[in-house]
Design a protein around this ligand. Structure first.
Ligand code: NAD
Length: 503
C-alpha cells in the first residue's frame, strides 16, 4: 500500500525471509516543509565553512561509515534481501566519493578567472563563481539505497548545499541509520536530513527544494519533472535502462560470458545498468550461449548469513517480481525459449530464478521494457551493423558493453547510443568517479560523477569588475553624434575581420 501521512508508519520487510525488520514514521507534507526550512536556515553557515571545513566533516562521516561497514551491510541486507557480497560494496563506494570530491571540489567549482573573448571584454576583470542551490532534495530508489542517496548527497554537501533525502519506502532503514549517526555519533551540523514516505512525501520535497535529484523509473521521472516545472525547479533524472551487450567474432568468449553472467545477474538484475539484451555474431553464437547458460546454472541463489556464500539474492520488491514473471511468461507464450530458470523460486521470501531466454522477438515486453530482475535475452545477429542497429533500437540509452578485438570493439562502441559504453569490460564506468554517468533518451537528464556531478548543484554567477573608474563610459548616455561615431568605429574594429574593421 502507498504510504501516506494517514498511514503514519512504514513497516519494512526482509524480502529474503518475509520477516519484519523495522519501521519508520511517514513524514507529511507539513513535516517536509518544516525539515526543509530547518536545514535551509543552517545552510549559509555550512557554505561559509569553505571547502576545507566541509571536507573535514565529510571525512568524519567516511571514517564512521568504514568503521561501521558491517553494521550498515547487515541493515542493507535485511531490507533489500541482497547477498552479503553486494550489501558490503556501498560504504567503500561512498568513501571513494568523499575522497574524490574532497580532493577535487575546489578545482571544479572554486572561483575562476575568465579569459576575455575580445579587447572590449578585456577592459574589465572577469570572474566566475559557483554558488550552491541552498536546498537540494534527493529522491531515491531501493536497489542501492545508500549509493543512490548519500552518493549524490556528497557532492551537493561539498558544494555547500544542504540536503534533504527521501529514500525509497521499501528500503529506508540504512539511510536513516546513517543520518542518525551523523547527528548523534558524529555530531555533524544539521544540514543533511531524511524524510520518509512515498509519492506524497516526495512531491512535497519537490515543492520545497531548490534543485531536485531523482533516481528511479522513467515513469516516475516524468512525474517529477512535471511537478518541478510548476516552480521552475531544475532537476537531474537518473532513470531506467535496457542495456545491450554486443559480442563480436574474435572476442575472448570466456571473459564475455563471465562478464555477461555478472552484468546480467548482479544484484539479482535489479540494476539500472544491468545487461538485459545480448546480441552475438552468428559464428560465435552457439559457443557463447552454451558458456553463458552453464555459468547461470551454477549461480547459488539464497540468503547468506555472516559470510558471503551466495551469488544471487532475493527480489526486493514484490510488484517488480510480478512484472518480471509476467514478462517472461508472455515471452514464452509468444515463442521464446527458456534455457535456464524462467520462474519464481520457492518461498519464504521473494525469488526469481536466474534466467536465460533465446528466440525473443523485438516487440516482446522483455525486449522493449526494463526488466528489473535476473533475466537476460540472447539474440543471434548476422554482423556488427545488425548488432548496432538492434542495440540502438530502444527508447533507453543508459549503458552498454561491447566485447571483441579491441579496435573493432571500440569502433562499434562509439556508435552505440548510450551514456557509457564498456569495451571488453562490464559496468566499470560506475567505479570511475571522474567519468560522467548519465542516460541518453528516456534514461535521463544530467549526470553524476566528475565535474558534472558537482556543478549541477550550483548556479554560476558571473562577476564583472571595472578596471577604470572614469565618470562616464563611451557606451552610456547621452547618445550624441560624435560619441556614437567613435563607439561605432571601435565596435567595428573589435568585431570586424580584415579590411572591414577600418571601413
Ligand atoms: P520508482 O520510480 O518507483 O521510485 C523511485 C522513488 O520515487 C521512490 O523514492 C518513490 O517513493 C518515489 N516516488 C514515487 N512516486 C513519486 C512521485 N509521483 N513523485 C516523486 N517521487 C515519487 O523506482 P524504484 O522502483 O524505486 O527503482 C527502480 C527504478 O530505478 C528502475 O527503473 C531503475 O532503472 C531506476 N534506477 C536508475 C538508476 C540510474 O542511475 N539511472 C539507478 C538505480 C535505479
Amino acid at each position: 500500500m502507498e504510504p501516506t501521512a494517514a498511514t503514519e508508519s512504514i513497516t519494512v520487510m526482509n524480502p529474503a525471509t518475509g520477516e519484519e525488520v523495522g519501521s519508520v514514521p511517514v513524514d507529511s507534507a507539513g513535516d517536509v516543509a518544516a525539515a526543509v526550512a530547518r536545514i535551509r536556515a543552517n545552510q549559509p553557515e555550512w557554505e561559509a565553512l569553505g571547502f576545507k571545513g566541509r571536507r573535514e566533516w565529510l571525512n568524519k562521516l567516511r571514517d564512521w561509515m568504514l568503521d561501521n561497514s558491517d553494521r550498515i551491510a547487515d541493515t542493507l541486507k535485511s531490507e533489500t534481501g541482497k547477498v552479503r557480497a553486494e550489501a558490503t560494496i556501498e560504504t567503500p563506494y561512498l568513501a571513494d566519493q568523499i575522497n574524490y570530491y574532497g580532493a577535487k571540489a575546489e578545482k571544479f567549482i572554486g572561483e575562476q578567472k575568465i579569459r576575455p573573448n575580445s579587447l572590449l571584454a578585456a577592459t574589465r576583470k572577469l570572474r566566475l563563481q559557483y554558488r550552491p542551490y541552498p536546498v537540494v532534495g534527493l529522491i531515491s530508489p531501493w536497489n542501492f539505497p545508500l549509493v543512490l542517496s548519500m552518493g549524490d548527497a556528497i557532492p551537493a554537501l561539498m558544494a555547500g548545499a544542504a540536503v534533504v533525502m527521501k529514500p525509497s519506502e521499501i528500503t529506508p532503514l540504512g539511510l536513516n541509520e546513517i543520518i542518525d549517526a551523523w547527528r548523534n555519533e558524529i555530531g555533524g551540523p544539521d544540514v543533511i536530513t531524511v524524510v520518509n514516505g512515498g509519492a506524497e512525501t516526495a512531491t512535497a520535497l519537490i515543492d520545497h527544494s531548490d534543485f531536485v535529484g531523482f533516481t528511479g523509473s522513467d515513469v516516475t521521472g516524468k512525474k517529477v519533472m512535471a511537478r518541478a516545472a510548476e516552480t521552475l525547479t531544475p532537476v537531474s533524472l537518473e532513470l531506467g535502462g535496457k542495456d545491450p551487450l554486443i559480442v563480436l567474432e574474435g572476442a575472448n568468449l570466456e571473459r564475455a560470458a563471465n562478464a555477461a553472467t555478472w552484468g546480467g545477474m548482479l544484484n539479482s538484475g535489479q540494476m539500472c545498468i544491468s545487461v538485459e539484451r545480448i546480441y552475438v555474431e552468428d559464428a560465435i553464437y552457439d559457443d557463447f550461449v552454451e558458456r553463458l547458460t552453464a555459468n547461470v546454472k551454477e549461480l547459488r541463489q539464497g540468503a547468506d548469513g555472516e559470510v558471503a556464500a551466495c551469488d544471487i539474492g532475493a527480489m526486493t520488491m514484490l510488484s517488480q517480481l510480478e512484472k518480471v514473471e509476467k514478462q517472461v511468461e508472455d515471452a514464452v507464450a509468444d515463442g521464446a525459449t527458456v534455457l535456464t530458470g524462467g520462474k519464481r523460486g520457492e518461498g519464504p521470501g521473494q525469488w526469481f530464478e536466474p534466467t536465460v531466454l533465446v528466440d525473443c522477438k523485438p516487440e516482446m515486453s522483455v525486449m522493449e521494457d526494463e526488466t528489473f530482475g535476473p533475466v537476460v535475452t540472447v539474440t543471434r545477429v548476422a554482423d556488427e551493423e545488425e548488432a548496432i542497429h538492434l542495440a540502438n533500437d530502444t527508447r533507453y540509452g543508459l549503458c552498454a558493453s561491447v566485447f571483441g578485438p579491441r579496435g573493432r570493439a571500440e569502433r562499434v562502441a562509439r556508435r552505440v547510443e548510450a551514456g557509457a559504453v564498456n569495451v571488453n569490460d562490464m559496468i566499470f564506468n560506475m567505479l570511475a568517479a571522474s567519468l560522467p554517468m548519465g542516460g541518453w533518451k528516456e534514461s535521463g537528464i544530467g549526470y553524476r560523477n566528475g565535474e558534472y556531478g558537482i556543478r549541477k548543484y550550483c548556479r554560476s554567477e558571473a562577476i564583472v569588475s571595472a578596471r577604470t573608474l572614469i565618470g562616464r563610459e563611451l557606451l552610456w548616455f547621452p547618445y550624441t553624434e560624435s560619441r556614437h561615431a567613435i563607439a561605432n568605429k571601435l565596435t567595428r574594429l573589435i568585431g570586424g575581420r580584415g579590411t572591414r574593421r577600418f571601413r
